[in-house]
Design a protein around this ligand. Sequence first.
Ligand code: MG
Length: 392
Amino acid sequence: MTARIASVESFIISLPRDELYLGPLGPGERVNERGYLIRHGNRTIYPSTDMSVLIKLTADDGTVGWGETYGIVAPDAVTAIIDDVLGPLLVGRDPRDPVVIQEDLYDLMRVRGFFGGFYVDAIAGIDIAIWDLFGKLVGQPVVKLLGGQRQERIPAYVSGLPGATLDNRLALASNFKTRGFDAFKYAAAVSFEGIVQEMRVLREGLGPDVRLMVDLHWKFTAQEAIQLIDQLAPFRPYFVEAPCQPEDIDGQVQVGASARVPLALGEELRTVFEYRPRMERRAMSIVQPEMGHTGISQFMQIGRMANAFHMKVIPHASIGIGIYQAASLHATAALPNAPMHEYQHSVFDRNLRYVDTSMRCEQGFFTLPQGPGLGIAPNASVWQFLRSKIKS
Ligand code: MG
């Protein structure tokens, strides 16, 4: 008899950090009473802990599948959607139908305009858990269920160089270089000495052979971005990310047509429907799907569609305990057009203590976790950081 989904549970995890994500507080920045801070550099809110939402599916034969979704702010919004709406609908479903279930859940709210946001994040976490459960039930790693495994290990780029000064940030990058990493991205939101100056210092300090990238954090109008990228171009960035505001497709297209460096975007998008107009207009040459927003089913559709547009996939990596990172590596390893994956070292390494997995990022490469399903599960130590839900 085929195992069916018997129960669905969601959990909010809040892991303390030694150092804030993106580095120390800038001038005038503070952590508020809810534990959030706003980075003035990109006017965006961040948590002061590593917050995440975990999803546990249990099949009627006792097999467990784990998922995780984006919970960095207002995680209760996601767990409420799962507990009240989506979870009960999964009971009795066949976990070997992940794409069908993802489509069914997406359909429930599309005519009300819920094409993204917390609703689709909730679906993404469930989708990851279903794929994990599917893999465990059939005894196969998820990558093998996605069409096949193209890569054994995936090149990693070091993302974010948290440090109070540019000297600190160069030293951090240099340290990674001695450990076998050759690709680095810094963040405009905390580039306090100047974006061009930071690129100059990194290029001069790290040498001609490393790949350098900058995340412009949606800070600029198209014309401002074109001027800035002209100044960055002599330092040969491998890509420049997110120059214009997320809704500004025209601006992004304009930058793409003028810039002499590849453009990357997409971490804020969740479905092929959001990517498609940007692909059709060639608003970028690199797409950056974030597994915590897309889930595996949409990630694969986005990645395959990018391939049809001759675009590369260099996935985003956000804050989490590692489950959606593992899902992202499985999906990336199945794609023909994915040369690298983002490595959030300040999140990834320290949170490995909370999971059982062979997944690692060393010597410039990610290794996929071994085992059936995703090859990762939370261990007992994570539950001390369970945060109670606002309402249950
Ligand atoms: Mg980014």
